[in-house]
Design a protein around this ligand. Structure first.
Ligand SMILES: [Fe+2]
Ligand SMILES: [Fe+2]
Length: 139
């Protein structure tokens, strides 16, 4: 398990999306560090809530771009399904922890979170970035 090294190699070349990715990466790292320091629900919960809200906001931003792209971006369905997966596999679990149910955060869950996030930015989001840049260069 490791924190995510934020760097220019993670840029997709679209200013608002890159700024959102950087902010979400920071939140994920904040959660990771707090967990590693042994912090408990009172410290972890606000980070998780912000991560949840901001992930929604970010995915809405990408969905709006996909709408503008229309048929010129052929991966909307699969991409949106990946965003849903992020909630169903990790965020929903973290929210259960926040709500005080009998749930514990594990290193494996945070591993999954960091791997998912890094993989998504370096993978499917790069293709979306290319499509957006193409659209914007064509006016
Ligand atoms: Fe993204
Ligand atoms: Fe995405």
């Amino acid at each position: 398990m490791a924190q995510i090294e934020w760097g220019t190699n993670m840029f997709i070349g679209v200013e608002d999306i890159d700024a959102q990715h950087e902010k979400l990466t920071k939140l994920i790292n904040d959660l990771y560090y707090a967990y590693m320091e042994g912090k408990e629900r009172d410290v972890l919960s606000p980070i998780i809530n912000e991560l949840h809200d901001y992930a929604h906001y970010h995915f809405d931003t990408e969905a709006a771009y996909m709408k503008r792209l229309g048929d010129s971006y052929g991966f909307s369905e699969g991409h949106l399904a990946k965003h849903s997966e992020f909630f169903s596999t990790v965020i929903d679990f973290l929210l259960q922890y926040v709500s005080g149910s009998d749930t514990e955060i594990t290193p494996e869950l945070l591993d999954y979170l960091t791997d998912w996030w890094r993989g998504h930015i370096m993978g499917i989001d790069q293709g979306l970035g290319e499509a957006i840049r193409q659209m914007e260069s064509e006016g």
